[in-house]
Design a protein around this ligand. Structure first.
Ligand code: PSU
Ligand code: MN
Length: 333
């Protein structure tokens, strides 16, 4: 039922297939659909910012998730770029969602499959609904030619990852897909020093924005020095442009610290994180269920403070990401 409702929505809004020189006639077997607005912006070389959908389905509760998804798109527009939220609906990967599609996704929440690189082919083949994680969103952004993608936090090396081998596919994707990801670093639910090490192994350019330190999502500091630093949207655009011109084929991670006025609750959140990690261990919650569990539990334990901080930093990232996209479009004029 839910699936057929999404199918109706996907037929309603006139999405078009991308064309790709040298690819099949309609690009990627005609599987991907781009919204008319995003398609036009891309063909005119205008600034476009990709947005993920797992943050909507698994990262926040309804209806706040829908409001935030719309607010983030509005922030991107206010800063001069076109937002392109990405999700798989009824087996079709969409780049740029209509408001009906966004609403359906937000309402379905965790009933939608959390879709990383490994899940894409199966979700498409079974005509399922998939909320794309950072790795899957990067893939579709790259396929259609969107160089910049904004999110809250990326996945990383989980604590004890040296034993469990739970390392997010976001990190390997950054190593193989040339998209710049703007995030607030990684949460301290993860092993931050090992995450930075692993990104080095993967050859990913990791730059902190306006600081020397790699940020830890809810707080500005992680105790880890960032490998390099950028200070303006133009700096970011130059790094992306060099990465592209040299055809390095690797992604870029731009880590933006949470705005200071929202990091005040950081210590409270840190202690909630430690407790949530302990509970996850006691309940044997592992694999791709771990991150959504920890996010929801930390929010309960902090009485909503972590959600408020999360929303504030995503919007801040969206504003910077859109300005980077504008700077890059200017550079390429
Ligand atoms: N970290 C967050 N918020 C999120 C996620 C990570 O602070 O919403 C989501 C993103 O979609 C990310 C995914 O790509 O979780 C990583 O999941 P995993 O650790 O299972 O790879
Ligand atoms: Mn994992």
């Amino acid at each position: 039922m839910q699936s057929s409702a999404l199918s109706r929505l996907s037929n309603l809004n006139n999405h078009i297939n991308p064309t790709k020189k040298g690819g099949s006639e309609d690009g990627f077997g005609g599987l991907i659909k781009i919204s008319p607005e995003v398609s036009e912006a891309l063909s005119l070389g205008k600034a476009v910012v990709a947005l993920e959908s797992t943050i909507i389905s698994h990262g926040m509760p309804y209806p706040r998730n829908l409001e935030v998804a719309k607010e983030v798109e509005a922030v991107v527009r206010d800063n001069g770029a076109v937002p392109a939220t990405i999700a798989i609906l009824d087996g079709t990967p969409f780049v740029g969602l209509s408001s009906e599609q966004l609403e359906m996704l937000a309402k379905l929440g965790k009933k939608v499959r959390k879709t990383a690189r490994r899940d894409i082919a199966h979700v498409v083949a079974t005509r399922g609904n998939g909320a794309t994680t950072v790795s899957a969103t990067m893939i579709f952004a790259s396929m259609v030619g969107i160089p910049i993608f904004v999110t809250g936090g990326i996945g990383g090396v989980h604590k004890h990852g040296e034993n469990t081998m739970d390392i997010s596919s976001d990190l390997t994707e950054l190593g193989r897909t040339p998209v710049a990801v703007i995030s607030a670093g990684v949460k301290s639910i993860l092993d931050i020093p090992r995450t930075i090490e692993y990104l080095e192994t993967q050859g990913v350019c990791v730059a902190a924005y306006g600081t020397d330190e790699f940020p830890a999502f809810f707080t500005e500091s992680s105790g880890c020095k960032a490998p390099c630093r950028v200070d303006t949207p133009e700096d970011c655009a130059c790094v992306i442009d060099a990465n592209t011109k040299l055809n390095l084929k690797t992604g870029i991670l731009i880590a933006v610290p949470i705005p200071r006025e929202h990091s005040a609750s950081g210590n409270l959140i840190e202690s909630a994180i430690q407790r949530a990690i302990q509970e996850a261990r006691e309940k044997s919650i592992i694999g791709n269920a771990e991150t959504p569990f920890l996010l929801a539990r930390v929010n309960e334990l902090t009485g909503g403070a972590s959600l408020a901080a999360n929303i504030a930093l995503v919007k801040n990232n969206a504003s910077i990401g859109a300005r980077v996209a504008v700077a890059l479009a200017r550079l390429r004029e």
